[in-house]
Design a protein around this ligand. Structure first.
Ligand code: ADP
Ligand code: MG
Ligand code: MG
Length: 250
């Protein structure tokens, strides 16, 4: 699904990713952990093709294609998903309307029939039920008064509707209380499939109690310095990151 080799990325004049390599096979769930500022969000942004990052060397192959050569909208149409992030509230623009436009862009790209208003509404209602989201959500503007938990549910809703091949989730657990965490985790688990890969950035082990990753990686100073299974996350929770750094340096 994804093969990242020796990726070096700079932003704002400084190097952030420094030789990052990672392979993700179809059907796998990978968790990326690591200290603040180690480059986790940068990795997600670069894979999605967000502006402001310069890839200085290395490669990213996604389903036999050079991902970095594709413009961001093409990546999205090809099944790479990073939750839409809106820096501001856009009260006039309907949240669900944007999702319909995104879905139909993907369907058109695949040569499939576009969803009409009825089909789309049925689909989004079904997925909202899964995420235990209130119907009133349908009428809300983009980010209009969304709580942290609602933003995260909205992320998984987007993913459930768009059915990506490669889902990138950045700090899906941030700002969630324990009930919302369970709902979000259920949503993610329902999207696990043999032909879909999930890469999720998380700070806390507790999300991994609900979404069991196949692999856990530690990202530190722009590269992956240790990989393991879910037991690594438990060890990190107990011991922090310093021992991994020392081990990697030795
Ligand atoms: P993480 O998500 O692991 O906390 P980030 O990827 O957000 O880390 O950031 C890694 C480092 O790169 C941080 O020191 C951050 O300040 C810096 N950084 C991120 N984006 C930019 C940018 N656009 N310009 C300059 N520095 C940036
Ligand atoms: Mg280097
Ligand atoms: Mg981050």
């Amino acid at each position: 699904m994804l093969k990242i080799s020796d990726l070096h990325v700079s932003a704002g004049g400084r190097q952030i990713l420094d030789g990052l390599s990672l392979e993700v096979a179809a059907g796998e769930v990978h968790a990326i952990m690591g200290p603040n500022g180690s480059g986790k969000s940068t990795l997600a942004q670069v894979l999605a093709g967000r502006e402001g990052y310069e890839v200085t060397s290395g490669s990213v192959i996604y389903r036999d294609r050079d991902l970095l050569a594709l413009p961001p909208e093409e990546r999205a149409r090809e099944g790479v998903f990073l939750a839409f992030q809106y820096p501001v509230e856009i009260p006039g623009v309907n949240n669900v309307y944007l999702l319909k436009a995104a879905l139909n862009a993907i369907r058109k790209h695949r040569g499939e029939a576009e969803a009409d208003a009825f089909e789309f509404l049925a689909l989004v209602r079904e997925k909202m039920k899964l995420m235990q989201m209130d119907e009133s959500f349908l009428n809300r503007g983009v980010n209009e008064g969304f709580s942290g938990g609602e933003k995260k549910r909205n992320e998984i809703l987007q993913m459930a509707v768009l059915e990506p091949a490669l889902a990138l989730l950045d700090e899906t657990d941030s700002g969630l209380d324990i009930d919302a965490l369970r709902i979000v985790a259920n949503g993610v688990n329902s999207l696990r499939r043999a032909d879909r890969s999930i890469v999720m950035v998380t700070h806390y082990q507790r999300l991994l109690d609900y979404i069991e990753p196949d692999y856990v990686h530690v990202l530190s100073d722009g590269r992956i310095i240790k990989s393991g299974d879910k037991s690594l996350a438990l060890e990190l929770e107990k011991r922090g990151y310093d021992w991994v750094k020392q081990e990697a340096a030795a």
